[in-house]
Write a protein that binds this ligand. Structure first.
Ligand code: HEC
Ligand code: HEC
Length: 473
């Protein structure tokens, strides 16, 4: 369960569905053909400059308080016994009471509603402090939605009355629940199925006008693809979004994808989009938190030299001379779990839907171009973003850089709960078998911890130096 969010669990889950949509985001470069060498793709620069004209402060305001989901749960229902029609709830009180990920707004029927926000997945607590942009790593999608979901509609209808504005507002969002909830189940706590959420929502929308359709536009099958939530402070360096680099073109269109949870049609989507230039501007200037303990400066300098020799060609350079090559490394080269990339490139109907949808057919266009590889990400603030790799299968940097030391079944030590400053990452307990939903099970499809063996050839001393250097980024 989220540490950043003291929402009632059932509400939180519902919000999460809404939010999942949002997760789909954006980028620039249009249709310039990428350069390739040994299968490595260099993502081309955009034809037009990215939308840097937005206002970061307005973007922050919109992300935390905006109505981009457009629909939500009636406040009356969400607050339950705490609801008092006389009381005017202000937005900050709601956040204090229900967690930072909650937004409160009036929907298109002028009903007061509550919804989840981007911060449901993209805001998190580390060492007692909330960081907007830091990925939520404890989302629990492991439970199968039971009879509870079926009952909810009936209960709401009975409580609010079928013809009430509130019930209609509830239906705006709930119509997707029955499609979404059975499809986003993950084998254990942690991995985030945001794109599966997106798939389940858009599969029931007409691509052009985004109206709800009762017939699915494409079939959704296969194990739930799920990933570790990336930090938003990398957006400023990226030419393509998402682990597989599939998010191309206009970033603001990509970043607003969660709105498919609640917008009525493409006209409402356009209204939302107009604010997302500000959101892109906000994300682009976001900085990672500084490492909270002492750093051995001399060792870090040695680490920098080793890093630049062994790692920079993929991950770029930092400090005085900043560079970032925007490379997608093919699956057979990087060797990490292939399922996530393969799923979107060969199995999912998402890109097909997206590329004929309002997102891609109206200007400025964004497209989804899935690849059979993973982006070598910028490593800014890497100390704060455990667990590592796209599937979050590795708990510390020490384990990442020494592949033989990676645990097979492991669980975060939430008792001490302090970050592991020495090995950088999570304190964890190894298990001999996966006997609890909180145990990360690397034997499950999509969650293996193999590959990325670039640190193996370093000596123990060299690895220590590189980790010391990584703390400074
Ligand atoms: C249900 C959880 C969830 C919600 C809600 C959500 N996201 Fe995400 N987001 C994710 C996950 C998981 C990924 C990683 C997907 C990938 O890269 O393949 C992601 C990826 C992204 C990326 C790409 C980052 C990168 O480095 O490539 C951006 C930008 C982003 N989200 C922005 C947003 C914004 C803005 C919102 C709100 C409008 C939002 N997300 C809502 C889960 C979520
Ligand atoms: C050939 C290109 C390449 C080289 C060389 C390389 N990496 Fe990577 N690195 C990648 C790719 C691709 C990923 C993403 C893999 C995934 O998520 O499945 C990655 C992921 C990572 C991550 C995890 C990022 C995260 O947010 O979870 C870290 C840390 C990292 N690399 C550090 C290093 C270090 C340190 C070196 C040098 C010892 C290095 N890498 C060498 C391509 C490379």
């Amino acid at each position: 369960m989220s540490q950043s969010n003291n929402f009632q669990p059932h509400l939180r889950k519902q919000f999460i569905y809404l939010l999942a949509f949002l997760a789909l985001s954006a980028c620039h470069s249009k249709r310039i053909s990428p350069t390739q060498s040994q299968g490595v793709t260099i993502i081309p620069p955009p034809e037009e400059l990215p939308e840097l004209s937005g206002d970061p402060e307005k973007g922050y305001e919109y992300i935390f308080y905006g109505d981009y989901v457009k629909s939500g749960y009636p406040l009356k229902l969400a607050l339950g016994d705490a609801y008092d029609p006389e009381r005017v709830w202000d937005r900050d009180t709601i956040k204090t009471k229900y967690g930072k990920a909650v937004i409160l707004f009036k929907d298109r029927r002028n009903t007061s509603v509550m919804s989840g926000s981007c911060m449901t997945c993209h805001g998190s607590v580390l060492n007692g402090q909330f960081y907007p942009g830091l990925g939520e790593a404890f989302g629990d999608y492991s439970k199968k939605p039971g009879w509870k979901f079926k009952l909810t509609d009936r209960v709401v209808r009975r409580k609010l009355g079928k013809s009430s504005q509130e019930y209609k507002s509830f239906r705006d969002i709930w119509q997707f629940q029955k499609e979404v909830s059975p499809r986003i189940v993950t084998p254990f706590v942690g991995p985030n199925p945001a794109f599966r959420l997106e798939e389940a929502c858009v599969a029931f929308r007409d691509p052009q006008n985004l109206h709800y359709t009762s017939e699915a536009q494409f079939e959704i099958k296969g194990e739930t693809p799920a990933a570790d939530v990336p930090p938003l402070w990398k957006v400023g360096k990226k030419r393509a979004l998402y682990y597989n680099g599939m998010g191309r073109g206009n970033f603001s269109k990509l970043l607003m994808q969660a709105s498919v949870l609640g917008v009525k049609d493409s006209t409402e989507a356009r209204e939302v989009w107009q604010h997302f230039q500000d959101v892109v501007a906000w994300a682009s200037q976001l900085k990672p938190p500084a490492f909270p303990a002492e750093i051995n400066a001399e060792l870090a300098i040695q680490g920098k030299i080793i890093f630049e020799k062994n790692c920079s060609k993929c991950h770029g350079t930092y400090g005085d001379e900043v560079s970032y090559p925007n490379k997608i490394i093919p699956l057979d080269k990087v060797g990490t779990d292939p399922y996530y990339a393969q799923y979107f490139a060969t199995q999912s109907g998402l890109a097909g839907w997206y590329n004929k949808s309002w997102f891609s057919q109206s200007e400025p266009a964004s497209t989804l171009q899935p690849s059979l590889g993973y982006v070598a990400p910028p490593l800014d603030g890497i100390w704060a973003t455990a667990p590592y790799l796209h599937n979050g299968s590795v708990p510390t940097l020490e384990n990442l850089l020494d592949s033989k030391s990676r645990p097979v079944f492991w669980q975060r030590d939430t008792v001490s709960d302090n970050y592991n400053v020495k090995n950088v990452g999570w304190k964890f307990i190894s298990h001999t078998k996966p006997n609890h939903k909180n145990v990360y099970d690397t034997s499950k499809k999509g969650f293996n911890n193999k590959g990325h063996t670039y640190g193996d050839k370093l000596s123990g001393e060299e690895r220590k130096a590189v980790i010391e250097y990584l703390k400074t980024l």
